[in-house]
Design a protein around this ligand. Structure first.
Ligand code: NAD
Length: 296
């Protein structure tokens, strides 16, 4: 049994926190929202009234926060985690934030005498609730080895990607590829349909030919071929345009830092940015199909 302080009980964190508590760990849960803390108590966590309260006596701190500024504030702000955690407490940040913000957080943790790993996730709220996330972890091997048993409870795949920040690198590079491949898949289905080839027939051929990819076989943006895909429920997410745009922006920012040439990633960002500006932030990211069809 590990004593865990869990900070950030939103869409993702609430399910992850519940999974840890149900597995028998002693979890003290904190969020700025008292309602979120109350819900965590229903799942067996111990509600905490402050970060100091949550981290008192904890072996490990797990956080799931919106952005880098929240992560830095929670860990290193006045009355933050680093100010109250006991010696040897391990920090595991599962938020998706910029690579540089992750690396500077790990450095600040090191200077304060703590080990910290970045462990962003792939998989949405359903995977968070079911404990089937994929974790991409960055940080020293000894910190990863300590984090892994807890990550194994919350996830089905746990990878060590290398040093601090490499978890975020894996996440944003993967999601950039996903954004690009989804747009390409939408274009292919739209072209085939306009030329008289129905979606199911094109799927049957292309999913066993060289165009095959996850965006097609697991998440087909044309309604019909993959029943569980958001395209069959009017593109209700799933994985929203706003989320894809966040990850593409992080990828483009990190790419600028190292002067990586990313023409298609940039173009994908523009396409999702336009959907976002036009009021479709909450549409599933495969909803690019609706735009190509001229429906939105
Ligand atoms: P969310 O906005 O639902 O939850 C974030 C929670 O953090 C909120 O409950 C908020 O009150 C809390 N919070 C913010 N500042 C805080 C502070 N200073 N102290 C304590 N609590 C604080 O976000 P989410 O959808 O759960 O996503 C969390 C992270 O996971 C993000 O970085 C996101 O990019 C990433 N992610 C989300 C999904 C998804 O499908 N939602 C999938 C993969 C990764």
């Amino acid at each position: 049994m590990t004593k865990v302080a869990f900070i950030g009980l939103g869409n993702m964190g609430s399910g992850m926190c519940a999974t840890l508590a149900k597995a028998g760990h002693e979890v003290k849960a904190f969020d700025l929202s008292t309602e979120a803390v109350r819900k965590a108590e229903e799942f067996g966590a111990i509600g905490a009234g402050s970060i100091a309260d949550a981290v008192e006596g904890a072996d490990v701190v797990v956080s799931m926060l919106p952005a880098g500024k929240h992560v830095h504030q929670v860990y290193f702000g006045e009355d933050g985690v680093a100010a109250h955690a006991g010696k040897g407490t391990l920090f595991i940040d599962c938020s998706t934030i910029a690579v540089e913000e992750t690396r500077s957080a790990a450095q600040k943790a090191k200077e304060a005498g703590f080990l910290m790993v970045d462990a962003p996730v792939s998989g949405g709220t359903a995977a968070a609730d079911a404990g089937t996330l994929t974790f991409m972890t960055g940080g020293p091997k000894e910190a990863f080895d300590r984090a892994k048993p807890l990550l194994d409870v919350m996830g089905k795949n746990v990878f060590h990607a290398g040093d601090a920040g490499n978890g975020q690198v894996a996440k944003i590079a993967n999601n950039m590829l996903l954004g690009i491949s989804m747009i390409g898949t939408c274009e292919a289905f739209n072209l085939a349909e306009r030329l008289g080839l129905d979606a199911q027939t094109f799927f049957d051929i292309s999913s066993t030919a060289s165009g095959q990819c996850w965006s097609m076989t697991s998440y087909c943006p044309a309604p019909g071929p993959v029943p569980a895909a958001p395209s069959n429920r009017d593109y209700k997410p799933g994985f929203a345009v706003a989320m894809m745009l966040k990850d593409l922006r992080l990828a483009m920012g990190a790419g600028d830092d190292v002067r990586a040439d990313i023409p298609l990633g940039n173009h994908a960002q523009q396409i999702y940015s336009r959907l976002d500006q036009d009021g479709y932030a909450d549409l599933d990211f495969s909803g690019v199909m609706k735009r190509l069809r001229g429906e939105i």
